[in-house]
Design a protein around this ligand. Structure first.
Ligand code: AMP
Length: 219
């Protein structure tokens, strides 16, 4: 299956993507994770994108599109896009790429969220510097403050999860990414799910949608 996971920052795309790629055997392509890994390596791409990310603004379309197209070329089976596309030009570039490769999107999954819920969720988010496990000081605290339950690594707050940057990222989302909802409603099989429930509840709803997609494909 070829899946696009849409949602504002903090809607739970990363958490849900983990469950979905495992259950359906997909390759997870998260542009945010990819850029963070490049920054950690200090690569030329990392250096190019780090200032945009720190400020909570978007990396230029042409940079993102080139990186994603190269990654998609390397994937042989199904995939799930998380955090891409994020602007109309990115969606149009993806559309062109898919058409020229005769590939169709099986489902666009949109995790809908209210802005205030997002801000409290993101400002409490912490992730393990070593194994990347994600916690939340309000809703999923670690057993020992500041330490990962699994590997004991230090828990860090992402630079772009500070409140002012979160508000900025939400503005960027509303201006540039929200229009994709209208685009995909007419272009692809589109499913909206309330992202404010627990990860388990949201996951069950997404599984039900993709199980149906798979059944239809088998029929
Ligand atoms: P994320 O982890 O998806 O919230 O992405 C973190 C940051 O990476 C964003 O705030 C952007 O600066 C950058 N980024 C990730 N994906 C994209 C994209 N598709 N287009 C432009 N910038 C992106």
């Amino acid at each position: 299956m070829k899946i696009i996971l849409l949602g504002c920052p903090g809607a739970g795309k990363g958490t849900q993507a983990e469950g979905l790629v495992k259950k359906y055997g997909l390759t997870h392509l998260s542009t945010g994770d990819l850029f963070r890994a490049e920054i950690a390596k200090g690569s030329p791409l990392g250096q190019k994108v780090q200032d945009y990310m720190k400020r909570g603004t978007l990396v230029p379309d042409e940079v993102v599109v080139e990186v994603v197209a190269a990654k998609l070329d390397d994937i042989s089976g199904g995939w799930l896009l998380d955090g891409f596309p994020r602007t109309l030009p990115q969606a149009q570039a993806l559309d062109g790429y898919l058409k020229s490769n005769q590939v169709k999107i099986d489902a666009v999954l949109y995790l809908a969220m209210e802005e205030d819920t997002v801000v409290s969720r993101l400002s409490g988010r912490r992730s393990c510097a070593k194994c990347k496990a994600v916690y939340n000081v309000a809703t999923k605290p670690p057993k020992t403050e500041g330490k990962c339950d699994g590997c004991g690594g230090d828990l860090m707050q992402r630079e772009d999860d500070k409140e002012a940057t979160i508000r900025k990222r939400m503005m960027v989302f509303n201006d540039l990414t929200q229009p994709l909802v209208t685009f995909y409603k007419t272009e692809c099989p589109f499913h909206e799910v309330d992202g404010s429930g627990s990860p388990g509840e949201v996951g069950e709803k997404l599984f039900a949608i993709l199980d149906k997609v798979q059944e239809t494909q088998k029929a």
